[in-house]
Write a protein that binds this ligand. Sequence first.
Ligand code: NAD
Length: 521
Amino acid sequence: VMRSLLKKGQVPLQVRHMCYSSSVPTTKLFINGKFVESKTSEWLDIHNPATNEVIARVPKATQEEMLAAVDSCSQSYHSWSETSILARQQIFLRYQQLIKDNIKELAKSITLEQGKTLADAEGDVFRGLQVVEHTCSITSLMLGETLPSITKDMDTYTYRLPIGVCAGIAPFNFPAMIPLWMFPMGMVCGNTYLLKPSERVPACTMLLAKMLQDAGMPDGTLNIIHGQHDAVNFICDHPAIKAISFVGSNQAGEYIYERGSKNGKRVQSNMGAKNHGVVMPDANKETTLNQLVGAAFGAAGQRCMALSTAILVGEARSWLPELVDRAKALRVNAGDQAGVDVGPLISPQAKERVNSLIQSGVDEGAQLLLDGRNVKVQGYENGNFVGPTIICNVTPQMKCYTEEIFGPVLVVLEAESLDDAISLVNNNPYGNGTAIFTTNGATARKYTHKVDVGQIGVNVPIPVPLPMFSFTGSRGSFRGDTNFYGKQGIQFYTQIKTVTSQWKAEDSTVKTPAVSMPTMG
Ligand code: NAD
């Protein structure tokens, strides 16, 4: 059934719901090529964030199930790592086409569980798809290096080889893009993969797993477990797992980095952010205000690259009223409704937290120019909605500035000069993304060189790099030394073997032992 539906470009959302008996569908585990019901007694509810209705349940996988999943990865590693590069490439060529054909269905599953608008959910899938497209260049990406004639008759060359079983732990905010940053990069290099999606949004990942299987991926090469802390600890501790890719909050990411590294694993940990948009008075006003509003409130601010902080430099401070007008015009609604701009937050707890951070700004003396806390969405009265909110006169000591809000809230600071703006940005502990809006090339150049942030946009509000580059968040936003996707992603998921060989043409028998360190000269 699945194959014929895929041919027609449709995947039923029920993939994870197969063979369920209770009225609430259950999310399956994916072990050794089978979608299986967990035997656990512990289940977590998944809610539609627009209504808070329970739409599915996800298991906390048992130790036995997690062991079966990692054993399946270990057992399939030998054959998968020895599968030819061309065969691996063909699977990913088919995979990217299946994702393209099913983008609307994948987006629907994201909107249902995560809440973002359908158009934004398609963007979520699309940015992940671009990584899959990139994996199709594996024949070039995995090339080693050679240097002939290092010395007489001696050549040195390197192979890039897979490392073994790798694992990914994903956050809730990009149910397609972030898992697709992980397992395709790892698997195309010849590794097998254990994935733990966010327990709040697993459906899209399950659909992506089914499509990978339909693209020809052998059973056991990708396994999926669900759960929270126990599953994370299992991944950090299991000796067969050689590398962990994590994306999510600092609290979890720092913990996973430490626990995984201590156990001898490679860990790359992309974490929280506080991204500043610096608005120079010479910027194109209309473009800048629209870009700022889109990047602050899009996805209800639940993006690690959201521009959640604006620094208005000099005269640009007079643009505030127009900024408010544009933010006010955004339409808050359920993600699947026509004309919606801003969907709900992921949970009532997230809404509560965002509301209390807004209140903390008020209590600490900031000015609330636009208050989205009491937004009413007709027909969705129980949803986790917060409308666009703008807080100005914010200072760096305030809680609404020091904490990542992760909601549709823009905090606004002012600066006298570009230098003042740069020192504000550099004094903030996070280093994920930033943007400057200006028409002056020298200003832009100075900013990009002086600012200590991994990803910088010049008149580009959300500068998430395409996969031929890497996602280069830095400082408090990243732990590890090798970033996600691009060349660095290949490096993360491979190890290098260096061969030095000597083939002498004429007879030149070595007559005495050389006991001093060979200089190869
Ligand atoms: P989260 O840290 O709560 O969850 C991420 C994953 O870690 C989940 O799979 C979850 O089960 C697990 N987890 C949660 N708490 C844990 C704990 N205490 N110990 C061990 N594991 C734990 O993150 P989230 O709320 O799903 O995602 C939002 C966060 O992710 C934000 O901080 C956002 O900035 C960040 N994020 C960063 C990037 C990036 O590339 N830098 C991208 C997207 C999201």
